[in-house]
Design a binder for this molecule. Structure first.
Ligand code: CAA
Length: 383
């Protein structure tokens, strides 16, 4: 029996900044952000959107009544937790109306968390025929105003319904994971922003890809030729390309060209959104499926997941017959187009706005799920 991604959707907050505006405000050549980093727009959240609301907005439209009655597992992969103890997935479980006899948990290992969730979900549905799992990758990537990482911020969620006989991507059992204790990017408890060693994080990402890819080739006796496309974790769109180019050294020019073209298709959404941390790899997958005319049922896709700290995994999946009918390209393009562009002063005001009930009450965000109040440390949501 096969298991994998049956439904796939993303949600981004309704605001963004243009990277030319940000570059000019920071006295940087816009070419650095657009070409050097590879970002055109950056999603910005208001205080009314946290990981619960972003995740609920991504998942709500995906689920039918039957899905809600058969989901046994709700897994939220995130590194933007709102609580040290209670999992955001528990709140999400209630907001989405999922049947009560379910497990709801949060998974953390930087940008890798959702991949661990996806593998757990896949194994669960294989062992429990007819049952389903909901995996959501959701984050708000913040490095701070005027910081080195500022142009690589972003926010949003990707929701995946994992089932047997999936209608989009069947996941194989082929996978290679790698753990290395490295301080390239981390966020000590209580800190608003991560501590980042930019050059080390770039180097560790590439090194991790090369290691898992080599091990994959040895273990499964497969090489580049076996793949129709490769998706990467996308902290900024240039990063995955650097790793891909490192891996493609010495590879046949036609194969390289095909994979680089597929890579460009996989970053179309990320260029307009920025880093989703846990969600970036899956936004890349969605972008690839919704932009590529060259993929067909049976096409094999490699996925490279990377979480600083560091855990990486290379795993694979195969497109299922009829997968295109289960994508929502028009809705996704409308979601991106209907966002409001912020000036840099507006972005800075939103970024620094204090999370108080007074500010929540004044907010004009009309997104279906949103935070409306915090009383006695309990968060209340518009549902
Ligand atoms: N026109 C075109 N390109 C330009 C340019 C211009 N005018 N000016 C500079 N560039 C190019 C540079 O040549 C460089 O290209 P290469 O990387 O190909 O050499 C690129 O723009 C970036 O320039 P810098 O290296 O000087 O940029 P920086 O010092 O500002 O740092 C960064 C960039 C390290 C990504 C920083 O934004 C950062 O720390 N980001 C957060 C950490 C991160 O995303 N790390 C990625 C791996 S970790 C991970 O994947 C987990 C995660 O999600 C965080």
């Amino acid at each position: 029996m096969l298991a994998g991604i049956d439904k796939l959707n993303f949600f981004v907050p309704p605001y963004y900044v243009d990277m030319t505006d940000l570059a000019l405000a920071r006295d940087v050549d816009p070419g650095k952000f657009h070409i050097g980093i590879g970002q055109d727009q950056m999603a910005v959240t208001s205080i009314t959107q946290d990981i619960v609301t972003l995740a609920a907005n991504a998942a709500a439209h995906l689920l039918t009544k039957e899905d809600k009655e058969t989901i046994d597992l709700v897994i939220l992969g995130t590194e933007s937790s709102i609580d040290e103890s209670k999992a955001a997935a528990v709140i999400l479980h209630r907001l989405l109306g999922i049947q009560p006899f379910a497990r709801s948990i949060e998974m953390k290992e930087a940008c890798y968390g959702a991949t661990a969730g996806l593998q757990l979900a896949k194994d669960y549905v294989l062992r429990h025929p007819g049952r389903k799992a909901l995996v959501i990758a959701c984050d708000i990537a913040r490095y701070g105003l005027n910081s080195g990482g500022e142009p690589t911020q972003g926010a949003g969620a990707v929701a995946m319904l994992v089932t047997e006989n999936p209608r989009i991507l069947a996941l194989s059992d082929e996978s290679v994971a790698l753990t290395q204790d490295i301080y390239d990017f981390w966020r000590p408890t209580g800190e608003a922003y991560p501590v980042v060693d930019g050059p080390l994080s770039n180097a560790t990402y590439i090194d991790s890809f090369v290691k898992v890819w080599q091990e994959y080739q040895n273990r499964y006796q497969q090489d580049w030729q076996a793949f129709d496309a490769m998706c990467f974790h996308i902290p900024y769109t240039k990063m995955g390309k650097k790793a891909l180019l490192a891996g493609l050294e010495g590879v046949d020019a036609n194969i390289s060209e095909t994979l680089l073209t597929r890579y460009e298709e996989s970053i179309a959404y990320s260029r307009q959104v920025g880093n989703l941390y846990t969600g970036s790899l899956y936004l890349g997958l969605l972008s690839l499926l919704e932009h590529s005319e060259n993929l067909v049922p049976g096409s094999k896709i490699g996925l490279f997941s990377y979480g600083s700290g560091a855990v990486a995994e290379f795993f694979t999946g195969t497109l299922v017959a009829g997968y295109k009918q289960h994508l929502q390209k028009t809705a996704h393009q409308e979601l991106l187009q209907n966002r409001q562009k912020l000036t840099i002063p507006e972005y800075e005001a939103l970024f620094t706005k204090e999370l108080t009930n007074e500010n929540l009450a004044k907010n004009s965000d009309q997104t279906p799920y949103r935070l409306v109040a915090i009383k006695d440390q309990v968060r209340y949501y518009q549902e």
